[in-house]
Design a protein around this ligand. Structure first.
Ligand SMILES: Cc1cc2nc3c(=O)[nH]c(=O)nc-3n(C[C@H](O)[C@H](O)[C@H](O)COP(=O)(O)OP(=O)(O)OC[C@H]3O[C@@H](n4cnc5c(N)ncnc54)[C@H](O)[C@@H]3O)c2cc1C
Length: 457
C-alpha cells in the first residue's frame, strides 16, 4: 500500500517510476488469494480513519486529495458498531467519539474527567511530527485515567491495530491510532481489499507508471553513501536516482551491499499473529452476531507480548466483514468471521511440515472455542452445520508471502519517522517509517515522497 501510494504520487509529478513487487499479487500485508475457488482477503478487517467526506485534516481525505482519487472510488461503507469486551464490562463504539465518550462515562463515571483530560492532551499533541518525543502511552494513561481496567480497554484495540511494541506504544502512535479507531472509525468496501488495490493500480496505470510483479530486489548496490543500482532476483540491474523501500528497516538494510546480511537482528519486531477464517452459508446476523469488530480480553490484565505458547488465547480480535452498512441492503454472498490472536513466530517457524498442519488444526479449534465464549451465545450445532470452509494463517505464512522478518506485521518497535537511511537517496516508507495499517501505509508513501523527493528541505 505504501509503495503503490508513493509510486502514484511520484508519477503525478511526471517522475519515471518503476514499482517492484516480489509476490505474484499486489497488496503485501493486505492482499488477497483464492482457495478452492473462493476469494479471500488476507486481512482487511477495516479501513480505519473513516471520516466524513469534508472532514478537514482527516488522513483519508488527504490521501484522496494527494493521489487525485475520488473518495467514491473506494466505495467505503461504515461499520455497524464494534465492542471492547473485557471481564465484567463491555464498551461499544461506532464512528462517533461522542457516543464512545458517553459509553465510558456510563461504565467508568469516576474516569470521565480523566478521559476528557486525555482528549485535551491528544488535541495539543503533534503526533505527526518527524521527531515526536519518546513518551509512553501507558504512562500518560496511568496519569490521566488512574483506572487500570479502562487503560487496558483502550490499549487493547489500539495495540492490535497498530503497535509494534510489546505492552506499550509510543504516545504519538497512540494518538494516531486513537483518532483512527475512535474519532474516525471503520469503513470497508463491499468488495474488500481488491477494490482498494484496483483503484490504486488503475490510477498508477493511467499516469503511465510501470509495475512488475514476481520481481524481487536481491541487492541494493551502495557506493559513496548512495544507492547506485538495484540487482533483481532474475539478475537484471536497474539504475535509479531515488530508491523508496517499503519492505521494512531491517529487511532493507540486509539488501544493502555495504551492510551485513544478518544486520539488525535485535531490531526485528517480536509481534505476530494467527488468524482463523470461517465461512458460513448464513450471514453472521442470522447467528445473532451483529458486531462489526469485537476486541476481547479474558484476563484481569491485558498482555500484549510475544506469547510463550504458539498462540495467546487470552485476547484477540473477532471481525465480521458482513456487518457493515453496505448500500441498498447488499451484503457478501457468504458469512465470514475472522479471529486474530497473538502468536509466537519462532515456535511456528520451527515446526516440521506435518506437525505444523496438526498444530494449525489444534489452535484453530482452541481459538474458535474462545471466540464462542466471547460472542453473544449462538446455537453451535446450527453454526457447525452451516460452516462451508475454513482457513488459517500463521506468522510463518506472513513471513513467507511478504518477506516480513519474524512475521512482524507492524515491523520494528523503533520507527524512523523521517524515512532516512544511511544512504542519501534510499528512503524508507511504510510500516517501519511509523504510520501503520492501510491508511497509515498510504499516508507514509505520500509524505515520504513529498518530503524527501519532491520537495526536500
Ligand atoms: C492479517 C492482517 C490483517 C490486517 N488487517 C488490517 C486492517 O483491517 N486494516 C488496516 O488498516 N490494516 C490491516 N493490517 C495491516 C496492514 O495490512 C499493513 O499495516 C499495511 O498493509 C502495510 O503496508 P506496507 O506497504 O507498509 O507494507 P507491506 O504490505 O509489507 O509491503 C511491502 C511489500 O514489499 C514486498 N517485498 C518484500 N521484499 C521484497 C523484495 N526484496 N523485493 C520486492 N518486493 C519485496 C512484499 O511482498 C510487500 O508486498 C493487517 C495486516 C495483516 C497481516
Amino acid at each position: 500500500m505504501a509503495g503503490m501510494a508513493a509510486a502514484i504520487r511520484l508519477a503525478l509529478f511526471d517522475r519515471k517510476v518503476l514499482l517492484l513487487e516480489r509476490h505474484n499479487v499486489p497488496g503485501g500485508l493486505n492482499s488477497y488469494y483464492a482457495q478452492a475457488g473462493r476469494r479471500f482477503d488476507v486481512g482487511l478487517h477495516a479501513v480505519t480513519n473513516y471520516a466524513p467526506p469534508r472532514a478537514r485534516g482527516a488522513p483519508l481525505n488527504k490521501i484522496f486529495r494527494q493521489l487525485r482519487i475520488g473518495r467514491e472510488e473506494f466505495a467505503l461503507s461504515e461499520q455497524k458498531g464494534s465492542r471492547i469486551v473485557f471481564p465484567g464490562f463491555d464498551l461499544s463504539f461506532a464512528n462517533d467519539l461522542e457516543s464512545f465518550r458517553a459509553e465510558i462515562e456510563s461504565v467508568f463515571p469516576q474516569c470521565i474527567d480523566g478521559f476528557d483530560r486525555l482528549l485535551a492532551i491528544m488535541d495539543d499533541f503533534d503526533s505527526l511530527s518527524s521527531h515526536p518525543p519518546d513518551l509512553s502511552a501507558r504512562q500518560v494513561l496511568r496519569e490521566t485515567l488512574a483506572e487500570p481496567a479502562l487503560e487496558d480497554a483502550l490499549m487493547c484495540p489500539l495495540c492490535y491495530y497498530g503497535s509494534a511494541r510489546e505492552n506499550d506504544m509510543e504516545f504519538a502512535q497512540f494518538v494516531i491510532m486513537f483518532n483512527a479507531l475512535f474519532r474516525e472509525g471503520f469503513g470497508r468496501p463491499l468488495e474488500g481489499v481488491r477494490r482498494v488495490i484496483r483503484v490504486l493500480r488503475n490510477k498508477y496505470r493511467s499516469l503511465g507508471g510501470e509495475r512488475r510483479l514476481k520481481t524481487g530486489v536481491k541487492r541494493i548496490v551502495a557506493r559513496d553513501g548512495k544507492a547506485t543500482s538495484l540487482e533483481l532476483d532474475d539478475g537484471q540491474v536497474i539504475e535509479a536516482t531515488h530508491v523508496v523501500s517499503t519492505i521494512g528497516w531491517v529487511e532493507t538494510q540486509r539488501l544493502c551491499s555495504d551492510r551485513e546480511q544478518d544486520a539488525g537482528k535485535e531490531e526485528i519486531g517480536r509481534l505476530s499473529f494467527v488468524e482463523t477464517i470461517t465461512v458460513t452459508d448464513l450471514q453472521p446476523a442470522d447467528l445473532g452476531w451483529e458486531d462489526t469488530i469485537v476486541f476481547f480480553n479474558t484476563e484481569e490484565s491485558f498482555v500484549y507480548e510475544r506469547p510463550e505458547d504458539l498462540v495467546d488465547l487470552r485476547s484477540g480480535v473477532i471481525c465480521f466483514p458482513n456487518n457493515y452498512l453496505y448500500p441498498d441492503g447488499e451484503n457478501l454472498d457468504e458469512g465470514f468471521f475472522r479471529v486474530t490472536a497473538l502468536a509466537d513466530f519462532n515456535g511456528w517457524a520451527s515446526l516440521d511440515e506435518s506437525i505444523y498442519k496438526e498444530e494449525k488444526a489444534k489452535w484453530f479449534e482452541r481459538l474458535h472455542k474462545v471466540s464462542m465464549q466471547v460472542l453473544p451465545e449462538t446455537d453451535e450445532a446450527r453454526l457447525n452445520r452451516h460452516v462451508i470452509a475454513t482457513d488459517m494463517f500463521t506468522p510463518r505464512t506472513i513471513q513467507h508471502f511478504t518477506g516480513k522478518l519474524g512475521g512482524a506485521v507492524y515491523g520494528a518497535p523503533d520507527k524512523r519517522r523521517d524515512g532516512a537511511t544511511h544512504l542519501s537517496n534510499l528512503h524508507l516508507c511504510g510500516t517501519d517509517q511509523g504510520f501503520l495499517g492501510i491508511v497509515g501505509a498510504m499516508l507514509s508513501g505520500i509524505s515520504i515522497v513529498n518530503q524527501r523527493i519532491l520537495s526536500p528541505s
